[in-house]
Design a protein around this ligand. Sequence first.
Ligand code: G6P
Length: 501
Amino acid sequence: MEHQGYEFVVVANRLAVNRVTTNEGATGWERSPGGLVTALAPIMAASEGAWVGWHGAADEELEPFDHEGLHLHPVPLTEREVHDFYEGFSNDTLWPLYHDVIVRPSFHRRWFNAYREVNQRFAEAAANVAGQGATVWVQDYQLQLVPQMLRDLRPDVTIGFFNHIPFPPPGIFAQLPWRHSVLRGLLGADLIGFQRESDARNFQRAVRSRLGHYIKSDRVYVPNEYDSQAGSPLKGFDADPERGTAPRQLSAPEEGTYRTAEARAFPISIDTETIQELAQDPSIISRAAQIRAELGHPKTIFLGVDRLDYTKGIRHRLKAYEELLREGELQVGDVTLVQIASPSREGVASYQQLRDEIDLTVGRINGEYDTMGHTAVRYLHHSYPLREMVALYLAADVMLVTALRDGMNLVAKEYVAARKSGDGVLVLSEFTGAADQLRQALLINPHDIEELKASMVTAATMDSDQARKRMRSLRRQVVSNNVSRWAKEFLESLSQQHTSA
Ligand code: G6P
């Protein structure tokens, strides 16, 4: 049967639009501001593409709809599934496990069952809209079983997968009771992309040690029997035990008995052009000046911009800052810290706990060090539109990115892209993907509070020649690698890999 449908399909947990309510109370949709949507929208327009994803509300079924040229196919989730699949398995099992177990992952069989069922729903939705021989690009850790499920339903399509978050070392990954299912789910793709070389290596090591497959030049040799029969898509997952390890294959299997799946790094970037344009917009430049004035014209504004997430090292940052104030190394009035923490995953207990801790710490620091005219920490628990973010980037002398583990960290890249004037200092955790590329930042280990403090002081006092030299080199990196180039490189490699697999 020849399938009718779209040539290019993106499958992501989130749809490419957010629901908005106007002042008059009417609801509508607005395109998501993220780089992924910006990068993929033109590709979708040029190649008849569709986006499959969850629209963010529970217990609501929506018909497919178009918005600003995007063809959107909403996948429904029940309230139970939001709890078990999204808050549970995705964000209370995989998220902490994949981020170095900063908090303890919870393992619940019911959550995994929901994950499997929801992944199957996404795979079916993609299979229904993909045309004959289409390219389907699956995004992120919420959908790791989709590639193989989709291959079982539609062996004719080319499948890519990109993991936006880290992939953990094999010793940590091995804790997952459903580790083989996840590896086999991912290996259903023709190309599996990761942020860092080390993530791709971790994945390859897990595949080699657990499933025993032969790997050469980033290509995993996947035995044909792994592709289960079309029509019984879960068969493959049920057949494979999670326990034990398969004997390691030391040479390539016989021709015709396998296909290959390529696994390597494609570091994501941002929509550099848009940020640069906004950074030159006179109204945004004057908004930046207004922010500085409202903060009382401090000599140094430190800025942190994060989702309120325990991976971001906000507590470590506040601890270092508080100690510097206590020791008199920094003085309120000369310096201020603006911390934007956008609300995130508020249904998950570890996020609620983090919020309480940050509220308490900020309250303590401000109580101790604020003056009538100046604040130590201006803490804002909101999200802001990109225009306001760029104004903040322009207003900030020092950007603090102190994540304990982060797939990439796009805020670091946005700050650099916005600093057209060539000054400003980036303090960057070496545990972010961005640290692989932004070598001229002040690289720090956020667990080392003394090092973090020293870097904050260095950043605040760095002479302008030195700062400009570093920023020049950072800008060269960021400006020449925008997110459209990332998407293009991934999709080109995907089509090459598919032809050679
Ligand atoms: C990270 C993940 C994304 C996710 C985003 C926001 O960047 O890699 O897949 O969409 O966080 O989290 P949320 O849970 O709100 O989708």
